[in-house]
Design a protein around this ligand. Structure first.
Ligand SMILES: Cc1cc2nc3c(=O)[nH]c(=O)nc-3n(C[C@H](O)[C@H](O)[C@H](O)COP(=O)(O)OP(=O)(O)OC[C@H]3O[C@@H](n4cnc5c(N)ncnc54)[C@H](O)[C@@H]3O)c2cc1C
Length: 397
């Protein structure tokens, strides 16, 4: 089996690229993905806050695969980049002229002993998994006070803002119910501060203060004792290495994340244990294999792993793929744009948009997004999901 373009992964990135390639007239595209359902993951934050049901975040994959694209409902198990062939679990071998690698990432629960077990208890959850996001809301709703612990690892994760959004939305609910005053809410993160862009960090530090959330920076969750409900943290950075144990009555954790196993085992993987696919940060072309492009969560572009980033990466990849297919030099460049909609409470949002320079990169004219706004909340809850399904996945924007 041969296709001019093979796309591995039909998530936000794969569908966007396939739709845009079709619109550009490319006729020989195969999209490989075993998943029956397609998720709009940004909604899981609102699922964990009891604002939206999980069902609102998913559609059958068959409805989002663009017409004219061949969907192979199968999992890639091996990539032979030298021979330009991918191998699937079902036994198919598919060769390509150009490969677009975008199978997202894998949640690495196993990297924190006890974390996966903790998720099976009635005290811990994570918005990072569709199975668990509804449970987050159950725990938040039932919480009557005590120690609530929200954590994020130091290593790259998708939507790095999501762990603190979970803390804000829960705190907002508890404040309305009079539970916040009886609670200690801690936000423990491997990052050195609340957010990397100072203009937005200032706003978020005030949000943390207003809720009375205790921030703990440069601290890594290294172990969880699910029965004793204790989380062990290790201090990072100079003078680090010390350990501290925090008890919890409610734990929300973002697990460490890494490239999917078949990518890590392939020649496309970069060095290091996480296996992110190394690309030129502007062209998104693989550093060693010129006929391979990678985008979305799996690539090592130094920006936030978000759907917003993919919206800007997809047109760049499509232009560059078309260039390679016609023996031209790929000249389209991605500027590192990413966005994080910080839901700071129910009905309030700060839209942080930025690029590789880590300075604000606003795209909405006349709107001061460096403060909490109700209209931005409406954008998050209603506008962006519609945009995703009807515009982005159809290759229209
Ligand atoms: C809680 C949460 C909140 C978020 N909030 C936001 C937000 O507010 N704004 C924002 O922009 N982004 C947000 N994101 C991030 C955003 O959802 C991701 O960055 C985006 O979905 C990544 O797209 P992707 O195509 O790289 O991967 P995915 O969309 O995850 O798709 C990967 C696809 O690859 C497939 N695949 C996996 N393995 C194989 C294989 N072996 N063979 C073939 N196919 C395979 C999977 O089935 C899947 O369909 C959030 C994410 C989470 C979890």
């Amino acid at each position: 089996m041969h296709h001019r373009v093979v796309i591995v992964g039909a998530g936000s990135a794969g569908i966007s690229v396939a739709a845009r390639l079709r619109r550009a007239g490319e006729e020989d595209i195969a999209l490989i993905d075993p998943a029956r359902l397609h998720y709009y993951q940004p909604l899981w934050t609102l699922v964990g806050a009891g604002v939206e049901p999980l069902a609102a975040s998913r559609r059958p994959q068959s409805r989002v695969v663009p017409a004219g694209v061949r969907w192979l409902q199968d999992a890639v198990v091996d990539i032979d980049a030298a021979a330009r062939v991918v191998q699937t679990a079902g036994g198919a071998r598919i060769s390509y002229d150009v490969l677009v690698c975008c199978p997202g990432l894998e949640l690495a629960w196993d990297l924190v002993p006890g974390l996966a077990e903790a998720m099976t208890t009635p005290f811990a959850s994570s918005n990072y998994s569709p199975e668990l996001a509804p449970k987050t809301w159950e725990l938040v709703r039932r919480f009557r006070g005590g120690a609530a612990l929200f954590c994020a690892p130091s290593t790259p994760i998708k939507c790095p803002g999501a762990p603190q959004k979970a803390a804000y939305l829960a705190s907002d609910h508890w404040r309305r119910r009079g539970v916040l005053a009886k609670s200690t809410v801690t936000y423990a993160t491997g990052a050195g501060g609340i957010f990397g862009v100072p203009e937005f960090a200032r706003v978020l530090e005030q949000v943390v203060k207003d809720y009375g959330i205790v921030p703990r920076y440069s601290t890594e969750l290294v172990e969880v004792d699910p029965d004793g409900r204790r989380a062990t943290f290790e201090t990072l950075g100079a003078g680090g290495g010390g350990r501290e144990v925090l008890a919890y009555d409610l734990l929300h954790a973002a697990p460490p994340q890494r490239a999917p196993a078949f990518v890590r085992a392939s020649p496309l993987a970069g060095p290091g244990p996480f296996g992110w696919v190394p690309v030129d940060r502007y062209s998104l072309r693989h550093v060693d294999y010129p006929e391979v492009f990678a985008l979305g969560d799996v690539c090592d572009a130094p920006t936030s792993k978000t759907g917003a980033a993919i919206r800007r990466q997809a047109p760049v990849v499509v232009e560059n793929v078309l260039a390679v297919l016609t023996s031209r030099e790929p000249t389209s460049r991605y500027d590192g744009y990413a966005a994080c909609p910080f839901t700071t409470g129910v009905g309030r949002m700060v839209l942080a948009e930025f690029d590789y320079s880590l300075s604000p990169h606003p795209t909405l004219p006349f709107i001061d997004t460096q403060r909490e706004r109700y209209d931005m909340w409406l954008l998050k809850r209603y506008g962006l999901p519609r945009f995703y399904w009807q515009v982005m996945l159809r290759g229209l924007g």
